[in-house]
Ligand binder design. Structure first.
Ligand code: ADP
Length: 489
């Protein structure tokens, strides 16, 4: 670890630079509370510099003017560099936001690299269209890069969330200004170094760390940013759309919160598998996943058996030092997030839910932020722990009896990110999947996933979709070129 370098300066126009104001903020590790480094505390002046750099790179076409096949080569090199530096990136991620290093390496680094490679590979395989007009015209429908894309991402999967935005945006030829979360800025900054090394020209990919209101808001309000792509809370997501409308009507895409229902019918094909998936998906990443299945609906006849099996798995998720190779549950991102989670646990108890596992802060002596995997039974729909996104390792178990009732309950949420149904009855699986108001419905699994499918939500879970070829729509404008043809024949 002694040779691990942290550089908290911004990357603007291909250079490492401090904030114009000279301000910095302290980056603390939730693993043990230690100071990792100082990070540039960027604000409006730095965002302006980054947008000027991004705009000039776009205007002189140093990136968007390259053939798609060339952008592909560079992006694939970028992905390979992420893998080459995978151990370093994983270590930085774990120190910065507390997730187990084995997952930082196997999941975060690999998924981010895979995403960048996937869009790189795709970009020279997407075609425009010729419209079915009369013979007197040739109408071309093409998709052009928008220009300068702003991206604001959260701290739960810093590299993956960054990759989901920057990969399609860069592949399509845009310039990007990325603002990582103030809680986990370090890997995004390293990604910018590696992007330069891979051959992405200076100014095309800029990373500007700082706080939301100080650096995020000026980006969302900027008059020369063409598009803002955001992942984070629904509260801030709503502000992003307002800021887009208040300024230049930049395109605004938001991937926001969730309170995803996981419905297990008594005829579930494999109860052990359902239990394993329910537990793993809510406790993975210390529960800090927007798509975590935090509302578990179990049909009355199997609930006791389900819970018994679930409780048997809980000790396997005991929090431990995330730097150890076999740790599966690490630290929450910071003391503030830990307090939020502990407050929800108190509210669950106060509102009459039955605490059947966990509920406590642990490993206090480390100076880090650790909370036990927590399960509440006998939760009802009116409790805060059944309605609100906790973003921590807290599972709410609710019983149901009939199908129409559980679909109604599952849909009774402001969110609509994901949902799951477990049944061996094909009709029920299709019928319930169709009725659930969610961007993704899992059937007899949770969390299986790849780059080929869109990710995003209905209702207040956001606007637009990450991943898959659909994401190109967010970062391109559709142009019609109508050519008159006077036939010489
Ligand atoms: P989370 O709970 O995941 O941290 P937030 O919505 O608070 O969700 O933060 C997600 C991202 O949005 C972070 O990069 C944060 O700095 C940024 N952010 C927070 N507040 C604002 C704001 N007012 N304007 C723009 N960006 C913001």
């Amino acid at each position: 670890m002694s040779d691990l370098q942290f550089d908290g300066r911004a990357v603007i126009g291909g250079q490492r630079v401090g904030a114009v104001s000279g301000a910095t903020f302290v980056c603390l590790s939730p693993v043990d509370g230690r100071v990792l480094t100082e990070v540039a505390r960027c604000s409006g002046a730095d965002i302006d510099r980054a947008v000027v750099a991004a705009r000039s790179a776009f205007d002189d076409r140093r990136w968007c003017g390259q053939a798609p096949a060339q952008r592909k080569r560079v992006l694939i090199r970028f992905a390979e560099l992420l893998l080459k530096h995978g151990d370093e990136l994983a270590l930085i991620e774990t120190l910065d936001m507390g997730k187990p290093v084995q997952y930082a390496r196997k999941v975060d680094v690999n998924s981010a690299a895979n995403c960048i490679r996937w869009y790189g590979e795709a970009v020279d395989k997407v075609y425009g269209e010729v419209a079915p007009t009369a013979d007197t015209a040739l109408a071309l429908i093409t998709h052009e890069p928008m220009g300068v894309v702003g991206a604001i991402v959260p701290w739960n999967y810093p590299m993956i969330m960054a990759a989901w935005k920057i990969a399609p945006a860069l592949a399509a030829g845009n310039s990007v200004v990325l603002k990582p979360s103030e809680k986990s800025p370090l890997t995004a900054l390293r990604m910018a170094d590696l992007a330069l090394e891979a051959g992405i020209p200076a100014g095309v990919f800029n990373v500007v760390p700082g706080f939301g209101p100080e650096a995020g808001a000026p980006l969302a309000l900027h008059m020369d940013v063409d598009c803002i792509a955001f992942t984070g809370s629904t509260r801030v997501g709503k502000q992003i759309h307002v800021m887009a409308g208040q300024s230049n009507l930049k395109r605004a895409w938001t991937e926001l919160g969730g309170k995803s229902p996981n419905i297990v019918f008594a005829d579930c094909p494999d109860l052990d598998q359902a239990v394993k998936a329910a537990i793993h998906s809510i406790f993975f990443n210390q529960g800090q996943s927007c798509n975590a299945p935090s509302r578990l609906y179990v049909q009355a006849g199997i609930k006791e058996r389900f819970l018994e099996k679930a409780l048997a798995l809980v000790p396997g998720y005991a929090p431990a030092n995330p730097l150890l190779a076999d740790t599966v549950m690490g630290a929450l991102v910071d003391p503030a997030q830990m307090d939020t989670v502990l407050r929800y646990i108190e509210s669950g108890k106060a509102q009459g839910a039955r605490l059947v596992a966990g509920g406590e802060q642990v490993l206090r002596e480390t100076g880090g932020c650790y909370v036990q995997p927590t399960i509440f039974d006998d939760v009802n729909r009116d409790m805060a722990i059944a309605r609100e996104e906790i973003f921590g390792p807290v599972l709410s178990v609710l019983a149901f009896t009939d199908t129409a009732e559980v679909v109604r309950e599952a849909n009774a949420s402001v969110y609509g990110l994901q949902a799951a149904v477990w049944t061996r009855d094909l009709n029920k699986a299709h019928g319930v999947a169709r009725a659930l108001r969610a961007g993704t419905v899992h059937v007899n699994q949770y969390d299986e996933d790849d780059m080929t499918v869109p990710f995003g939500g209905f209702r207040q879970s956001g606007v637009g979709r990450d991943k898959s070829l659909h994401a190109f729509d967010k970062y391109t404008e559709t142009k019609t070129t109508w050519i008159r043809i006077d036939s010489p024949l």
